[in-house]
Design a protein. Structure first.
Length: 134
């Protein structure tokens, strides 16, 4: 989505690295795709800070839509934490290597990414986050 949103900056990709395996591998944290989707919404729908009313609307809409996405993800998969979704404790020696070798990431994590990316594309198809009415 970073390319689709015109955010072609490697810094954004590197900023997402801490979300792998929760946050810094702390699996009681939200799944990385859940966290990074919320960050993506913030980047996509940010507003110039000098337009106070637009900032207020953007902040409210981004927060509201992020909450809806988290809720939909939770309903679809039964949890939002990495540990709850994967069922493997990366804090134990060798478990992360086992996770990579097992292919669980392909079976599960790719499904989570597809779900959230689909939600972002649906948002774009609906002409963006904001329906501003006065």
């Amino acid at each position: 989505m970073w390319e689709a949103y015109g955010l072609e900056n490697e810094d954004f990709l590197w900023a997402g690295i801490p979300f792998l395996g929760g946050i810094g591998g702390f699996q009681n944290a939200p799944c990385g795709i859940v966290s990074s989707t919320a960050v993506c919404l913030g980047f996509r729908y940010r507003s110039p800070l000098d337009d106070k009313e637009r900032v207020k609307q953007a902040r409210h809409a981004i927060r509201n839509f992020s909450g809806k996405l988290v809720n939909e993800f939770n309903q679809a998969f039964g949890d939002i934490t990495c540990l709850g979704l994967i069922g493997m404790d990366f804090s134990k020696p060798g478990v992360y290597k086992e996770f990579l070798e097992s292919g669980i990431w392909k079976e599960k994590c790719e499904k989570y990414m597809e779900f959230m990316i689909g939600k972002l594309y649906a948002l774009e198809e609906n002409k963006g986050l904001f329906v501003l009415s006065h």
